[in-house]
Design a protein around this ligand. Structure first.
Ligand SMILES: *Cc1c(COP(=O)(O)O)cnc(C)c1O
Length: 423
């Protein structure tokens, strides 16, 4: 260590940081098991205590008490749009630009179809080799279905600008990389796409709730995202889609179910799309999942995003400093961008990843000790730093556990030689 290095934070320093943390009051809003340090909110957010209450009210009072009249009386039918308007506040969209429906993959399919149909003379979908595979798979499936010669062109993230030209119909990107947390500059890349007449489709699965998102200030055309990661809506919670208002007359999606019809209860034999965002709804909404999301979202909207981002970065920096100073001899390599910023360009999202050849064993040994992170093939250990329920002292204790795992060789246990089906 050089004389100019700042001192390594102690446990007492972390407790002092927690004592003055303005977001600390939110921790008690989440049901976290005793003895668990949860660093996986980037994969599945924990249960907000308000969710069982809200879901139970929906079940007992609304469904049980109102039966079919709940579709109107309790606003079930409009929930995809009313909840979309609330989510719009978090991600910089206007009312009427977001619907909460289906799954991220299905919404990606719908939005990509809509965007491709708006650029009929162009055949290239441009994406990156490190995009989340479901996005690439959905694009491949859609291309095969359309059978019009579309090409999914995947390039390294640094080569995107050079690959953008007038053959590209849609630039389809995930803003925050799921393995490394690296963040694309959404506004800059969208502007570069628009310069050559390309539409943009952003996957915000690791963005919404993790970093400030401003869809309209970024001039995004289309976007999709999920609710069960940083937004804490529960496993398989409903996903969402965004269509910029300027595209809402031109944008059509192919899953033309009755609830995207202009008059579903006219029971016409011919499909006629509803105006606005409603045409991107296909089927009867899953009300139980929607009300769970609504209750979880209320917490996010109550917290200040700038404070959340600031604390998330501070937690991440503490983690990197402690891991590198305490566990530096064990071959852990930082796999995330070293810098993160509270303002654009954000550079790194809500997670920190390290690479290690025995990464799977390390993650499993940590889970046995109550420190929950996750592992992504081939060698990535991921840790999410979600500021509403992770404290500075949790980060300190997690690194103490990591040090103990490595010192005792717990990760070399033969039981970790085979990977489970969910890593
Ligand atoms: C988690 C995630 C998804 C999930 O897709 P589902 O259809 O909800 O299973 C999609 N895209 C990205 C980038 C993700 O991180």
């Amino acid at each position: 260590m050089t004389a100019s290095s700042p001192p390594i934070p102690t446990r007492a320093d972390c407790l002092a940081l927690d004592a003055e943390d303005s977001l600390r009051r939110f921790r008690d809003r989440f049901a976290l098991p005793e003895g668990v340090i949860y660093l996986d909110g980037n994969s599945l957010g924990p249960l907000p205590k308000s969710v069982p209450e809200r879901v139970n009210r929906m079940l007992v009072e609304e469904w049980g008490g109102h039966l079919i009249t709940g579709w109107l009386k309790d606003g079930w039918m409009d929930l995809p749009l009313t909840l979309g308007d609330r989510l719009a506040e978090l991600v910089g969209a206007d009312p009427g630009e977001i619907a909460v429906v289906d799954t991220t993959s299905v919404n990606l399919f719908k939005m990509l179809s809509a965007a491709l149909a708006m650029r009929p003379d162009r055949k290239v979908i441009l994406s990156t080799t490190d995009n989340f595979p479901t996005d690439l798979y959905m694009a491949q499936g859609l291309g095969a279905l359309l059978d019009k010669g579309h090409e999914l062109r995947m390039v390294a993230p640094d080569d995107l600008s050079a690959a953008l030209d007038e053959t590209v119909a849609v630039l389809m990107l995930t803003e925050v990389d799921f393995k490394t947390g690296r963040v694309h500059d959404m506004a800059r890349l969208t502007a570069a796409a628009h310069e050559v007449g390309t539409l943009t489709l952003w996957d915000l699965a690791h963005s919404a709730g993790a970093i400030p998102v401003d869809l309209n200030r970024s001039s995004a055309d289309f976007a999709v995202g999920c609710s069960y990661k940083y937004l804490n809506a529960g496993p398989g919670g409903p996903a969402w889609l965004f269509v910029a208002s300027r595209h809402q007359v031109a944008a059509h999606q192919p899953l033309t179910g009755w609830l995207g019809h202009a008059e579903p209860f006219a029971f016409d034999l011919d499909y006629r799309p509803a105006d606005g965002i409603r045409r991107h709804v296909c089927s009867s909404p899953g009300v139980i999942g929607l009300v769970a999301f609504e209750a979880a979202l209320d917490i996010m909207l109550e917290a200040d995003m700038a404070a959340m981002r600031g604390k998330s970065i501070a937690l991440q920096e503490l983690f990197i400093t402690l891991v590198e100073s305490q566990c530096g001899d064990f071959g852990l390599q930082l796999a995330s961008p070293r810098k993160a910023s509270a303002t654009v360009p954000y550079l790194r999202g809500g997670q920190v990843s390290f690479a290690h050849p025995k990464g799977y064993g390390i993650v499993q040994a940590l889970i046995r000790r109550g420190v929950i992170g996750d592992f992504r093939d081939p060698n990535i250990l991921r840790f999410g730093f979600t500021p509403l329920y992770v404290d500075f002292v949790d980060v300190f204790d997690a690194v103490e556990h990591l040090k103990a795992v490595l010192n005792h060789g717990e990760h070399l246990d033969p039981r970790y030689a085979d990977r489970a089906s969910v890593t």
